[in-house]
Design a protein around this ligand. Structure first.
Ligand code: C6P
Length: 406
């Protein structure tokens, strides 16, 4: 479909407001994207017409809620080209998905002397659960270094891989730098030494097509709220044979077939990993968000977002005193930077008064900040509804901030 910016902006009611008397320029999409009306309507419709618990009731509302929840799972399966809906586990989001794998798969498959290999540009969500696992079982955490541009050192990656490597955890697209990592190549090399691979797709999934069968990842995780969907819901897409062999992550309702005081028999996939009442409205809203992405198509999304990023990068290069943090050849949608003489937090506050929402901080990627020797960066992150005119507003506001601190 053609990317008609005015139609797309019209889909997002929140964008049409003023903050501090200025038109809102929302450039914090890596933190969370805004929601189109169709997603808002879907969640609202669920609560107005269908609200019931799933997989339990014999009444019509429960049947409708269950059918919509499972239909959302199928939509997500098709979107990621997973082999089976058994491979699509609803979670609270990318963070919970990684914790699930690190706990359930990790406890069963990683032991003393083994290694977990992650990269220097991981989000804390893809560092801390592995650190916790290594502490529990006596394994070591190894880190693939990156270069000054914010690209992984692939030679070092190959050197670090060995038959001790049990798992490689890698971010598909860095939230702090925008770098898109060569995950396909990394998966092949990791598999060659017998390691499994978890790809953190929290940022990537809204910006590029992900074909999990082609990619051959063992685990892929993401969050709906970065893909125009609701907060508090996401998925773990895992290889069926691995998920099947993994013990449950949490015990409770819906994840069992039978329970006696002596023993419980666990439910089939994917329900084995969905203990308790899930975020039903969220999952259904996630399915609708994916249909929304599909209605635009990644060809149009990538073309428009690339134009916008190229424009922003050029403006940044021409801006005196601005240092870009992360200049990888293959990157998407993120402009991370520091401005001479202005702390990123002050910058965030001044920009806010100009109507421009960015994120300032360490972006839950403290090792990236340590690498560049900065406490924080300012980060503008773009989405399908942003315009060049908004990028201009950002840079006008930056000039104002610079002048205030001069
Ligand atoms: N990054 C950002 O502003 P959750 O919180 O579970 O939805 O997603 C965690 C997560 C995992 N991996 C990556 C690459 C991420 O970017 C995030 C979330 C937000 O950059 C909030 S810190």
């Amino acid at each position: 479909m053609k990317h008609d910016i005015s139609v797309i902006r019209g889909d997002f009611p929140i964008l049409h407001q003023e903050v501090y008397g200025k038109p809102l320029v929302y450039l914090d999409n890596a933190a969370t994207t805004q929601k189109p009306q169709c997603v808002i309507d879907t969640v609202r419709h669920y609560y107005e017409k269908d609200n019931a618990n799933i997989h339990r009731g014999v009444h019509l509302l429960s049947e409708r809620a269950t059918a919509d929840y499972e239909a959302a799972r199928e939509t997500i399966r098709l979107f990621f080209n997973a082999k089976s809906s058994k491979e699509v586990v609803f979670t609270r989001g990318a963070t919970e998905s990684i914790n699930l794998v690190a706990t359930s798969w990790g406890n069963a498959n990683v032991g003393k002397g083994d290694e977990v290999l992650i990269t220097h540009m991981e989000h804390h969500s893809n560092i801390v659960p592995w650190q916790m696992l290594c502490d529990r079982v006596g394994a070591s955490l190894k880190v693939v270094p990156m270069n000054a541009a914010g690209e992984l050192e692939m030679d070092a990656f190959e050197t670090l891989l060995s038959d001790r490597t049990k798992l490689v955890g890698v971010v598909h697209m860095s939230n702090a730098l925008g770098t898109i990592n060569p995950v396909g190549t990394m998966i092949k090399k990791a598999h060659a030494v017998g390691a499994k691979v978890l790809v953190d797709g929290a940022q990537a999934a809204a910006h590029m097509a992900v074909d999990l069968q082609a990619l051959d990842a063992d685990f892929y995780v993401t969050s709906a709220h970065k893909m125009y969907g609701p907060t508090g819901v996401g998925v773990l897409v895992g290889r069926e044979v691995l998920l099947d062999a993994m013990p449950p992550y949490q015990g409770g309702g819906d994840m069992i077939l039978t329970v006696t005081f002596e023993k419980s028999q666990y439910n089939d996939l994917p329900h084995k990993f969905e203990a308790g009442t899930p975020n039903i409205a969220g999952a259904i809203g996630f399915g609708r968000a994916i249909k929304y992405i599909e209605s635009i198509g990644f060809k149009a999304i990538e073309a428009c977002e690339k134009k916008l990023l190229t424009y922003a990068i050029q403006k940044a290069a021409d801006f005196d005193g601005l240092r870009q943090i992360g200049t990888a050849g293959n990157r998407a949608c993120i402009l991370s930077f520091v401005l001479d003489g202005v702390h990123p937090h002050d910058l965030g506050t001044i920009l806010d008064r100009e109507g421009v929402a960015i994120r300032a901080g360490h972006h839950c990627a403290m090792p990236v900040m340590q690498f560049y020797g900065v406490p924080a960066t300012a980060r503008a992150s773009f989405s399908i509804y942003n315009t060049k005119a908004e990028v201009d507003v950002l840079f006008t506001a930056l000039a104002k901030a610079q002048a205030m601190f001069a």
